[in-house]
Design a protein around this ligand. Structure first.
Ligand SMILES: Nc1nc2c(ncn2[C@@H]2O[C@H](COP(=O)(O)OP(=O)(O)OP(=O)(O)O)[C@@H](O)[C@H]2O)c(=O)[nH]1
Ligand SMILES: [Mg+2]
Length: 460
């Protein structure tokens, strides 16, 4: 990715493929110059339009013409620096949809002196021009990628600067503590104690606790990004794969009347009522002499213990005594907060249910719908275990930075305890401040930047 801000970049900003319109973005010093060479108010290209004469944030109908050849009708929107997404002069051309026309227009723009933008380069410019900070730039990437309502909400919050505000507050607090430590240094020589060590220690641990509550929310953040993992468990032949297929509305897993059909586990994603689930079908749990099946069963146990939620299936068609045995197995091995007991094949026989147990048949849509509702209810409990409405950390890089901040704060406390000279303490505190700065991009390097913006899609 080029660092230079001196050139003008352009790319198609809308997704590739058929659509009503395609938007082509141009940003940089020469955006207006290039636009006036290709965009005309009338079909006659001898009458040019000076972009400088237009007001910022206005839209204009006209024609894209390449040496007297009409390419497309289009709407031009103008944004004058610094009041644009990138902070530079920006032109957005809304052309007719379809990659052919948009590609033609882009080609024309590039032939008039713009460079094709790299992934995330518009957002990178917004960052370099001080329009947004780094955590907000990352939120843009997350927003584009977010597949679920909750993921969307949390990136939106980040984009609005919630994390940036937290970082700014933490930084201000650190500066205050550092200056107290430094004051204390100055006065110590004169035998005066300005603030006590224990007071400073308290301030540091308060700050550290605040940061920890944010890093702890990363677990829930993972649920938002990657979905709630839900494992389907139960004895062989209990109907796990059939239910897996039914929920996914596909024939993904092999189903058969022979016990031990599923040997390994299968995983598929699915959105129900705005919640992203990762459904996992496992091998039936029983003692087996078959080596491959035993390995599958071992993996089932591992999957069950790792999962956020579990459905435990008991086949309604087995004998009452076998059912009691299975119910005991469920009570012994599953956390009631995180699991749903399902009596499967309820079209064959119906069971009395209580608490969070359900009768389900793959042939009965009403029972499947009830199951879906129970699944989302349980998922909400998992997602909200950190507290609804609070800030949730969803970005791994931010978590690593915050952990480094906490480590530096811990070093400072250790130095305080050891009665080490105050200078060392302020070194630790300054290190903590730098790690905070890495989140918002005040402290940064090319490697970090390329890493972040490289994962964007082109046109953003
Ligand atoms: N009547 C009825 N039959 C079902 C239902 N669900 C599954 N079955 C049947 O039960 C048998 C076993 O189904 P599977 O989905 O393969 O069971 P499984 O739990 O995945 O079995 P393993 O992979 O061997 O552990 C198949 O013959 C299915 O057609 C149901 O709701 N009603
Ligand atoms: Mg199966």
């Amino acid at each position: 990715m080029q660092q230079s801000l001196n050139d003008t970049i352009s790319a198609i900003a809308t997704p590739i493929g058929e659509g009503g319109i395609s938007v082509i973005r141009i940003s940089g010093k020469d955006a207006f110059g290039i636009a006036s060479k290709i965009f005309f108010k009338h079909k006659d290209s001898s009458v040019t339009l000076r972009m400088e004469d237009l007001h910022s944030h206005t839209a204009h109908f006209g024609y894209i013409i390449d040496r007297e050849k009409l390419i497309d009708e289009c709407l031009l929107t103008i944004f004058k620096a610094p009041h644009s997404y990138t902070g530079e002069d920006v032109i957005e051309l809304s052309c007719h949809g379809g990659s052919f026309v948009a590609g033609k227009v882009l080609e024309l723009i590039l032939s008039r002196g713009a460079r094709h933008a790299g992934p995330g380069e518009f957002t990178k410019r917004a960052f370099l021009n001080g329009k947004i900070d780094l955590s907000q730039a990352e939120a843009v990437a997350d927003l584009i990628k977010s597949r679920t309502e909750s993921a969307h909400q949390s990136s939106l919050k980040q984009l609005e600067g919630e994390l940036s505000k937290f970082v700014a507050d933490a930084r201000a607090e650190l500066i205050r503590i550092t200056s107290l430590v430094e004051l204390e240094l100055d006065f110590a020589e004169e035998g005066l104690e300005f603030v006590s060590k224990s007071e400073i220690k308290n301030l540091i641990s308060d700050l550290s606790n605040k940061i920890r509550s944010i890093t702890d929310s990363y677990i829930a953040g993972k649920v938002i990004r990657e979905g709630v993992s839900l494992v389907i468990a139960g004895k062989p032949n209990s109907g796990k794969s059939s239910l897996f297929n039914r929920l996914l509305d596909s024939d993904r897993a092999i189903v058969s009347g022979v016990a031990g059909t599923t040997r390994d586990f299968l995983e598929e994603s699915l959105v129900i009522n705005g919640v992203l689930f990762r459904l996992i079908d496992t091998a039936g749990i029983r003692s087996s002499s078959d080596e491959v099946e035993s390995e599958g069963i071992k993996r089932s146990f591992r999957k069950i213990s790792e999962a956020d939620l579990a459905l435990y299936l008991i086949d309604s068609s087995i004998s009452e005594s076998e059912k009691r045995e299975e119910e005991e197995k469920f009570i012994e091995n599953f956390d009631p907060q995180k699991s749903i007991l399902v009596y499967s094949k309820s079209d064959i026989s119906v069971n009395e249910v209580s608490g969070s147990s359900l009768n389900v048949s793959i042939f009965d849509e009403v029972s499947i719908e009830t199951l879906r509702r129970e699944m989302t209810k349980s998922a909400y409990l998992v997602q909200n275990s950190v507290g609804a409405g609070e800030m949730v950390l969803t970005n791994f890089r931010h978590k690593v930075c915050l952990e480094k901040v906490m480590a530096s704060l811990e070093d400072a406390v250790i130095s305080l305890d050891k009665e080490i000279s105050g200078e060392f303490i302020s070194v630790d505190l300054r290190a903590a401040m730098n790690h905070l700065g890495e989140i918002t991009g005040e402290i940064t390097n090319d490697e970090i930047l390329n890493n972040i913006f490289g994962s964007f899609c082109i046109g953003k």
